[in-house]
Design a protein around this ligand. Structure first.
Ligand SMILES: C[S@@+](CC[C@H](N)C(=O)[O-])C[C@H]1O[C@@H](n2cnc3c(N)ncnc32)[C@H](O)[C@@H]1O
Length: 276
């Protein structure tokens, strides 16, 4: 099975330090969450999408949140800064997690954001009482949906909610699409929308709301690719050619996948069955 660490998006996560330096923020400077937002969100529509989670879940300072697949910590820091809630930010890759810890400290948010390095499938938190589980573009890396969704359910309070942005299978994939999904996106399994809903019900969720994001994500990834290619010379000055080639290849492959028409995007909000 393809190793998520080999995905080109994750090849050089320290590139954020190049971006900060180009904005006049060197390694010792204290940071604001807003300084980081253009660079630390590894999903579509950046903090707008995180705002959607805050609003639709009605997150407040009273709440405890688990983010699954927190990358270099962008969404977790933003949620904590905006709402004052406590976030446990779980990330599989140590290199990304270390960067997340550093950036969170420099933002003065370590009291609110607890970075944990590990695999959600093995996550064993004493406090199995989160109000909300949030996750952006991470479930697509995890084929074992049964364990994943059961785990999400078991760590939520009764009546707690989940907010997920993820890929799904609109139609059967062609062989080339399957190859690109596996080799370039580390995605080895995707359910259809109906299968997703059935899996959620089986794992103990109800009040399931599914919003199709395919059209807006298709446009987002196309514009991201085109903007990146247009600015590639200045990107090479900020980073180096290897980093820019990796990102260009990754952004192009993702745009190709959405253009092909069989890959879809969705947002799910669902509630753990039972009352608080
Ligand atoms: C597309 S990134 C999104 C990062 C972050 N949510 C964001 O939007 O900026 C997906 C992240 O999920 C992590 N991941 C993948 N499988 C995981 C697992 N089984 N447990 C925890 N994290 C995982 C990856 O290492 C990667 O950092």
């Amino acid at each position: 099975m393809h190793d998520v660490k080999k995905m080109k998006l994750y090849h050089n996560p320290k590139r954020i330090y190049n971006e900060l330096e180009a904005s006049g923020l060197n390694k010792d400077t204290a940071l604001k969450v807003q300084d980081l937002s253009p660079f630390d969100q590894y999903h579509y529509f950046g903090t707008d999408s995180v705002d959607d989670a805050i609003t639709s879940l009605n997150i407040s300072s009273e709440n405890t949140i688990l983010e699954i697949g927190s990358g270099i910590g962008g969404p977790a820091r933003y949620i904590a800064e905006e709402t004052g809630c406590h976030v446990t930010a779980l990330e599989l890759q140590p290199e990304l997690n270390d960067i997340a810890v550093d950036l969170t400290e420099r933002c003065g948010l370590s009291q609110l954001v607890n970075h944990v390095c590990g695999d959600i499938l093995k996550f064993n938190q004493e406090n199995t009482n989160f109000d909300y589980v949030v996750s952006w573009l991470t479930f697509l890396h995890i084929p074992d949906r049964n364990t994943l969704l059961n785990k999400c359910n078991s760590i939520l309070k009764l009546g707690g909610k989940i907010f997920i942005d993820d890929y799904y299978k609109r139609n059967e994939f062609e062989e080339e699409e399957l190859k690109v999904l596996a080799n370039d996106v580390s995605c080895n399994y995707l359910p259809t929308k109906d299968e997703y809903k059935k899996q959620l019900i089986k794992s103990g969720f109800n009040e399931i709301k599914i919003i199709d994001k395919t059209y807006s994500w298709k446009n987002f990834v196309k514009e991201r690719k085109e903007r990146f290619i247009q600015n590639s010379e200045s990107q090479i000055e900020i980073h180096n050619k290897e980093i820019v080639d990796d990102l260009e290849d990754f952004f192009s492959k993702v745009s190709w996948l959405f253009d092909h028409g069989n890959l879809g995007g969705l947002r799910i909000i669902a509630k753990k069955r039972g009352k608080i």
